[in-house]
Ligand binder design. Structure first.
Ligand code: FMN
Length: 139
C-alpha cells in the first residue's frame, strides 16, 4: 500500500455508446475476484503497454461500475476516457490504468443529457486534479 492503485488488462469493445456520447472509453474488464477500486469516477492516467508511444501517461477520467444509467449491463468495468482523444483506438491493446483521486460515486441518471453533463464536469475536475499531481510525462 502507499502506491497508487493500478488496473491492467486488454481493452475490449464496450457497447459502443461512448462514441455517440462524445466520450469514447477504453474498456478494461475487471476480472472477477481481482482487486478493483470501489464503483465511482476517478481521475488518473492511462498508459499503453505495447510500447507504441513509449509508455506515455495519458490523462484520463475513469469510470468503475456497471453503468447503471443503462439497463441490462451486468458486468463491472473499468472505463477510461482519455482527455481530448476521441480518435484513440485501443481495442486489443494492453493498458495500465492508474487511479489518482476519487471524484464521485456512480449515479443512475434519468437520461443521457444528465450523464453527459456529469461526465463533462468530471473531465474538468480531472484536469484540475492531474494538473496538481505529478508532472506530465511527454504525451
Ligand atoms: N455511467 C453511469 O451510468 N453513471 C455514471 O455516473 C457514469 N459516470 C461516468 C463518468 C465518466 C468520466 C465516464 C468516462 C463514464 C461514466 N459512465 C457512467 C459510463 C458511461 O455510461 C459509459 O462510458 C457509456 O455508456 C459508454 O459505454 P460503452 O463504452 O460500453 O460504449
Amino acid at each position: 500500500l502507499g502506491r497508487p492503485f493500478v488496473a491492467r488488462g486488454v481493452v475490449t469493445e464496450g457497447d459502443k455508446r461512448g462514441r455517440d456520447l462524445g466520450f469514447p472509453t477504453a474498456n478494461v474488464p475487471v476480472v472477477p475476484g481481482a482487486a478493483a477500486p470501489a464503483d465511482g469516477v476517478y481521475a488518473g492516467w492511462l498508459r499503453r503497454l505495447d510500447g507504441v508511444d513509449g509508455g506515455a501517461k495519458h490523462p484520463a477520467a475513469i469510470s468503475v461500475g456497471t453503468n447503471p444509467t443503462f439497463d441490462g449491463q451486468r458486468d463491472r468495468r473499468v472505463e477510461a476516457y482519455v482527455l481530448d482523444r476521441t480518435d484513440l483506438d485501443l481495442y486489443g491493446v494492453g493498458v495500465e490504468v492508474e487511479f489518482v483521486e476519487r471524484i464521485r460515486g456512480m449515479v443512475r441518471f434519468e437520461g443521457i443529457d444528465a450523464l453527459m453533463a456529469a461526465i463533462a464536469d468530471d473531465v474538468e475536475r480531472t484536469r484540475e486534479i492531474l494538473g496538481e499531481a505529478e508532472p506530465h510525462a511527454s504525451s
